[in-house]
Design a protein around this ligand. Structure first.
Ligand SMILES: [Zn+2]
Length: 684
């Protein structure tokens, strides 16, 4: 990339030429980042461009226009969620990119008449890589949650935030107050989510922040609920109501109120202490379980914060120090293609090993052919590597100036690297797939899945053993596993008497699994462990699932047409039929052995609890609330949270409160725990 001319050497004409396209570029990146949660460039590329625009406008103020990105607070609403207007605007923060710039900022700030102290106390906090969140409480109850949006108007995400575990739904004090903080996705959850998306052929999230934003700004709260979001709260606009006077006191109060507050904040005064904090967390950054992209410095005294106020765009009392990007250049030697269990064929760049954020990196997933082609990555290219969310190595860009003269665009394979059959794109998927059901790569991956913990749970049957069994032609399908002999296993590398016996025992044990494990283990597209459970529970046996048509399957609660079609198509296959017969012959259980759910029990009509609406309240001594609920639902009762006229029964433990009073008022039957446990015993 050619370095652009330094801003102080630009002529007015050059600045004029540059500024239009630069603004357009920044606006486009801004839209990708804020509205689509899908940035095409790294943060620092955006930051650099933005800083350059600021510099040009500072040098040529006549070129500033009201619609310039520098005159707006970043972020627009996505248009689908209800809007919330912020009573107190949610501003973004100014940022600096070096310690020197930070100290310059402090010097200018200390010249401000509102700064009463020579060397004021600053509260330093980590800048969490997530999205801003506002939560509003009324009389101690969470009543509203919203994103920042454009700073004035955000999106209502109350329902979704109800599903974030570390956000208190009720405070221990009846406060009516707004709290602000950051909603983020922990690094591990991010890595897992992307892994899943990649396996499913869905586009991956560029970093944890985009994953958090994409997960929080869902119209469907269930998706948010599945996505392990977390928060760190850090700001109370109306701090006086909390009875605090400094930022660190405010953080402490929030901790006491039950909020998740990051524990690393530190109050400092001297330049040395600020530098020390920066050095310390630049080094610790990779080890933290959440992503950070810098450090936030706030004037600790809250009255001084208010006195300093804000410019049109950013507060004068806080600033973000952004970490320099961690990047390493290396050369791509090869692009490997691997075939997954579902036939998904993914490219991986193999490069000269480099040290990056604490580990040696020589491979980076290129996700899918589109990704590879968009970045135009070629063999022999010099590329820059970084870690997305500090955890996943990723190629950020290609240095095209170092591209060899004879370089050719990379040709996407048209044939499966393992079985040679023609690769296809299914529907509108970006993923490339091998659809040959006999593809050895897929079968081996499929066997590993079959044996995995949530499927048949065959302990000791990992990918390496499977590979050996396959190479020795001892197994070709799932059923072959059940016909392996002790002697055959002894022919495997490093396999003694004991490991052979152990493996045979775990294979044998898996014959007796309840059928949902088999249903999941078969690896039917879209059928996860949860769907397998629902299907097994509903149909009761594999035979019943196999004879059901797509509509009947889709009609099961929480299943739907995608799974319905997929399951019906799968079992319509003759080879599958043969496989299931073979599994039956080797004695694999085909029935559901678990407890029958409310729905099934109700259909069977064989429980006095059928359809009864039950509410639990107070503390139970002999069982947990969860166990009681499970037992009740398993026997056909409907357990609800609040007492109404429709309630049939209230089970009241110790210290039952308002629910008991209400039930008595409505004349609803009330049982104590003893009565309930006697009933349980009678049922068994
Ligand atoms: Zn193949």
């Amino acid at each position: 990339m050619a370095e652009p001319k330094a801003v102080d050497q630009l002529t007015l004409a050059e600045a004029k030429d540059e500024i239009g396209p630069l603004r357009q570029q920044i606006s486009q990146w801004g839209r990708e980042y804020y509205e689509q949660d899908n940035p095409s460039v790294e943060d620092f590329v955006y930051d650099r461009a933005y800083q350059r625009l600021v510099d040009i406008e500072q040098r040529f103020p006549a070129l500033v226009t009201p619609d310039s990105p520098t005159q707006r607070v970043g972020g627009q609403t996505n248009g689908n969620l209800p809007k919330v207007s912020h009573t107190i605007p949610m501003l973004s923060m100014g940022d600096v990119f070096s310690a020197d710039e930070l100290f310059d900022f402090n010097k200018r700030q200390q010249d401000n008449d509102q700064m009463t102290e020579e060397e004021p106390a600053y509260n330093l906090e980590l800048k969490i890589d997530g999205l801003s969140l506002s939560v509003v409480y009324e009389n101690g109850k969470l009543i509203q949650a919203s994103t920042r949006g454009n700073g004035e108007i955000g999106e209502d995400v109350t329902k979704n935030v109800q599903l974030i575990k570390d956000v208190p739904k009720v405070l221990p004090e009846p406060l009516s107050l707004e709290f602000r903080g950051e909603c983020y996705m922990p690094k591990q959850a991010f890595a897992k989510l992307n892994e899943k998306r990649e396996a499913a052929g869905d586009p991956v999230f560029a970093n944890p922040r985009n994953a958090a934003a994409g997960s929080l700004r869902q119209l469907d709260s269930r998706i948010t609920g599945r996505r392990q979001l977390a928060t760190f709260m850090y700001y109370v606009p109306e701090w006086r109501k909390l009875g605090v006077t400094t930022q660190d006191e405010a953080l402490q109060r929030m901790r006491e109120l039950g909020f998740s507050v990051n524990p690393t904040n530190r109050v400092v005064r001297s330049k040395d202490d600020i530098q020390q904090y920066i050095t310390e967390y630049t080094a610790k950054r990779d080890q933290l379980p959440y992503g950070i992209d810098g450090i936030v410095e706030k004037v600790n005294d809250l009255a001084t914060q208010d006195a300093l106020g804000a410019t049109v765009k950013v507060p004068r009392w806080e600033i973000a120090y952004k970490f320099p990007p961690e990047e390493q250049a290396t050369i791509v030697h090869q692009i490997e293609w691997t075939v997954g269990r579902t036939g998904n064929v993914t490219p991986t760049a193999v490069m000269d090993p480099v040290q990056l954020a604490g580990t040696t990196v020589s491979r980076a997933s290129l996700h899918n052919p589109d990704y590879l082609q968009d970045k135009d990555i070629r063999i022999g290219d010099t590329v820059y590597l970084h870690k997305a969310g500090d955890i996943i190595p990723e190629i950020s860009r290609v240095d095209k100036t170092k591209r060899p003269a004879d370089s050719q665009p990379y040709r996407i394979p048209t044939q499966c690297p393992v079985c040679g059959s023609t690769l296809v794109h299914l529907d509108d998927e970006v993923a490339l797939r091998c659809i040959n059901p006999m593809c050895p790569a897929q079968i081996k991956e499929g066997l590993a899945h079959f044996a995995s913990r949530n499927a048949m749970n065959i302990d000791g049957l990992g990918p390496k053993i499977i590979n050996q069994l396959w190479e020795k032609s001892l197994i070709h399908d799932f059923a072959d596993l059940y016909q392996l002999s002790h002697d055959q296993l002894l022919t495997l590398d490093k396999f003694g008497e004991k490991s052979a016996t152990n493996l045979l025992t775990s294979i044998d044990n898996s014959r007796h699994n309840s059928v949902e494990r088999l249903l999941f283990g078969l690896g039917i597209r879209h059928v996860g462990a949860k769907a397998a459970q629902l299907l097994a529970e509903h149909f009761g046996s594999l035979d019943a699932v196999m004879t059901a048509n797509a509509n009947e399957i889709a009609a099961v609660d929480n299943i739907g047409p995608t799974i319905g079609d997929s399951v019906a198509t799968y079992f319509a296959n003759n080879e599958v039929d043969a496989l299931i017969n073979k599994l039956k012959q080797v004695g694999v259980n085909m029935d559901y052995l678990g407890q029958r759910s409310a729905e099934v029990a109700a259909q069977a009509g064989d429980s006095p609890w059928n359809g009864r609406r039950v509410v639990l309240t107070g503390t139970l001594a002999k069982m947990t609330r969860r166990q009681a609920t499970d037992w009740l639902t398993a026997h056909g009762a409907k357990v609800t949270g609040s007492v109404s006229k429709k309630t049939d029964l209230l089970i009241a433990g110790e210290k039952a409160g308002s629910k008991l009073t209400k039930a008595q008022k409505l004349g609803i039957t009330v049982w104590d725990e003893d009565k309930f446990s006697r009933e349980i015993e009678e049922e068994h």
